[in-house]
Ligand binder design. Structure first.
Ligand code: UD1
Ligand code: MG
Length: 459
C-alpha cells in the first residue's frame, strides 16, 4: 500500500448519470461487476484511500442508488443533481460539501469500477509536487469515446504537463489521434474549485457542462495541471453492456490469478467465477465451472468439485463440495464435512465431518458432527408463511428419502428409518420409523398374472 496523501481530502462520487446507452430500467451505476454494484466498487476505493468525507451525487428518483450508498458508505452525504447536465454540473450539486471543506477534493466517476486504491493514492501524491489539479490518465488501445489529454512534455516523476482535456465528440481529427485518455479521476488542490466550475459553459457538441473543461480554465488562470498515467485495464468506464462485460472479464482474470498466486489450484481458471469478496485458502482445489456469489470463503485444503454454485457460504478447511452442489446464504460447512452431488444447503451449519452426499435439501438447520444425511432427504422448513428449524444431533443417521418436518430435533446418535416422514422429535440413540408398515401376501403375483392373462385371452 502506498502512503496516504499528506492532506485531508473530500471525495465526490458522481453517480447521477442515467446511462441511457445501457438501455436499462436500473440506474447505470447499480449494474454489477463481480456481485457488487459499480458504485459499491468506487465507494470501497474512496474509503480505502482514506477520504475524510464522501459526497455522492445521485439523480432524482434513484432510490436504489441512495440505498446502495447508505449500505456501502453509511457516512456519505447524498446530493441530488436535478437534471443530468454534465459532469461539472454534477460536481456542483455537491456545492455545500465542497464549500464547507478545507483541503483537497477527489472526484471519482461511479461508472469506473476497477481503479485500484494505490493508483488513486499515486494521483493524490502528484498534488504534493505542486500541481493544483492532477488527472488520472491512461494510454488506450481504443480511445473512442474518452476525453483526450492534451499534454506537452513531462514535468517530473513521470507526470505530464496537462494543457486541456478534449472530449471525443469535440476533438479535431488530430486530437483524436491522441491515445492518452481521461479516466475521470481528478484530484484538486485549490481553494477555488467552485469558482472554476462556475465558469464551465455548455458550448460543446453535447451541450453539457464538462468537468474536463476545468483544466483549460485553470491553465488560463496560470495554475498547474498534470496528468498521471495508470494501467488501462483499471480505467475502463462502463457506458454500455459490452463495457460491463469487459469490466467483469478484467475483474475475473485478476481474481483467478490472485487465487492461484495464493496457492489454490484452478484446473480451468477461465470457468471459475469469483465475487468481489470471495476468499480462497491455500491448497484449495477448484474444478471447472464453479461460481461464487458474494460472501463466500473457502478454507485451506478444501475441494470444490465441478459445477457447484456457492453464495454467502463458508466452506471450512478440508471440506468437500459437489460436484453439482448448491450452497446458499447462511451456510457453514465445517472442517472435513462433505456435501455431494445435487445437494442444496441454505442457512444451515454442517459441523465437523457431517455429510450429505446425494440429492438432498437442507434448509434452516444444524447438522451435528459426523451426522449422515441420506440420499433424497428433504428438510421441510417452510409452510408457506414461516420458516422453521431442524436440529440433527452429532452422529445421527437419517435414512434415505426421509422428510423431516420442522420444527424438529433428531437426538445425538439417533436413527431415522429410510422413507420416514418425521414430525416429532426423536430421542438420542433411538430409532424413529414413520412410514407404512410392509406386509407380504404369499403367491399374490402368480394369481394376478393368471387372472390378467385369462382376461386378455377373452379379448
Ligand atoms: C467521462 C469524461 C471523459 C472520460 C470518461 C472516462 C466528461 C465530460 N467526460 O465521459 O473525459 O474519458 O468519463 O470514463 O467528464 N454523471 C453525473 N451527472 C451528469 C453526467 C454524468 O452524475 O450529468 C456521472 C455518471 O453517472 C458517471 C460519470 O458521471 O458515473 C461519468 O459520466 P458519463 O456520462 O459516463 O461520461 P463519459 O461519456 O463516460
Ligand atoms: Mg462513463
Amino acid at each position: 500500500m502506498i502512503a496516504p496523501s499528506s492532506r485531508p481530502f473530500l471525495t465526490v462520487v458522481l453517480a447521477a448519470g442515467k446511462g441511457t446507452r445501457m438501455k436499462s430500467d436500473l440506474p447505470k451505476v447499480m449494474h454489477s461487476v463481480a456481485g457488487r454494484s459499480l458504485l459499491g466498487h468506487v465507494l470501497a476505493v474512496s474509503a480505502d484511500v482514506g477520504s475524510i468525507a464522501t459526497a455522492v451525487v445521485v439523480g432524482p428518483e434513484m432510490p436504489s442508488v441512495r440505498a446502495e450508498t447508505a449500505k456501502q458508505a453509511p457516512g456519505a452525504v447524498v446530493f441530488e443533481q436535478v437534471r443530468q447536465r454534465g459532469t461539472a454540473d454534477a460536481v456542483l450539486a455537491a456545492r455545500a460539501a465542497i464549500a464547507t471543506h478545507s483541503g483537497d477534493v477527489l472526484v471519482m466517476f461511479a461508472d469506473t469500477p476497477l481503479i485500484a486504491s494505490d493508483t488513486v493514492q499515486r494521483l493524490l501524491q502528484a498534488l504534493d509536487q505542486g500541481a493544483e489539479v492532477a488527472v488520472l490518465g491512461f494510454h488506450a488501445k481504443d480511445p473512442t469515446g474518452y476525453g483526450r489529454l492534451v499534454t506537452d512534455g513531462i514535468v517530473g516523476n513521470g507526470a505530464a504537463n496537462l494543457l486541456a482535456i478534449r472530449e471525443h465528440k469535440d476533438a479535431s481529427t488530430a486530437e483524436r489521434q491522441i491515445d492518452f485518455c481521461n479516466s475521470g479521476v481528478m484530484a484538486f488542490r485549490t481553494t477555488n474549485l467552485l469558482g472554476i466550475l462556475d465558469q464551465v459553459g455548455t458550448a460543446n457538441a453535447s451541450a453539457e457542462f464538462y468537468l474536463t473543461d476545468a483544466i483549460a480554465i485553470m491553465r488560463r488562470e496560470g495554475r498547474r495541471a498534470v496528468a498521471v498515467a495508470g494501467n488501462e485495464e483499471e480505467m475502463l468506464g462502463v457506458n454500455t453492456r459490452a463495457h460491463l462485460a469487459q469490466a467483469e472479464a478484467v475483474f475475473q482474470r485478476r481474481a483467478r490469478a490472485h487465487a492461484m498466486a495464493e496457492g489454490a489450484t484452478l484446473i480451468d481458471p477461465d470457468t471459475v467465477w469469483f465475487s468481489f469478496d470471495t476468499r480462497i485458502g491455500r491448497d484449495v482445489l477448484i474444478e471447472p465451472n464453479v461460481f461464487f456469489g458474494p460472501g463466500s470463503t473457502v478454507g485451506d485444503g478444501a475441494i470444490i468439485h465441478a459445477s457447484s454454485h456457492i453464495t454467502g457460504a463458508s466452506v471450512e478447511a478440508g471440506a468437500e463440495i459437489g460436484p453439482f452442489a448448491r450452497l446458499r446464504p447462511g451456510t457453514r460447512i465445517g472442517e472435513g464435512a462433505k456435501i455431494g452431488n445435487f445437494v442444496e444447503v441454505k442457512n444451515a451449519t454442517f459441523e465437523k465431518g457431517a455429510k450429505a452426499n446425494h440429492l438432498a435439501y437442507i434448509g434452516d438447520a444444524r447438522v451435528g458432527a459426523k451426522a449422515n444425511i441420506g440420499a433424497g432427504t428433504i428438510f421441510c422448513n417452510y409452510d408457506g408463511f414461516f420458516k422453521y428449524k431442524t436440529d440433527i444431533g452429532a452422529g445421527a443417521f437419517v435414512g434415505s428419502n426421509s422428510s423431516l418436518v420442522a420444527p424438529v430435533k433428531i437426538g445425538d446418535g439417533a436413527f431415522v428409518a429410510s422413507g420416514s416422514v418425521v414430525t416429532r422429535d426423536v430421542t438420542a440413540d433411538a430409532l424413529a420409523v414413520a412410514r407404512g408398515v410392509q406386509e407380504e401376501r404369499p403367491g399374490w403375483a402368480t394369481k394376478f398374472r393368471a387372472l390378467m392373462a385369462a382376461r386378455k385371452a377373452r379379448g
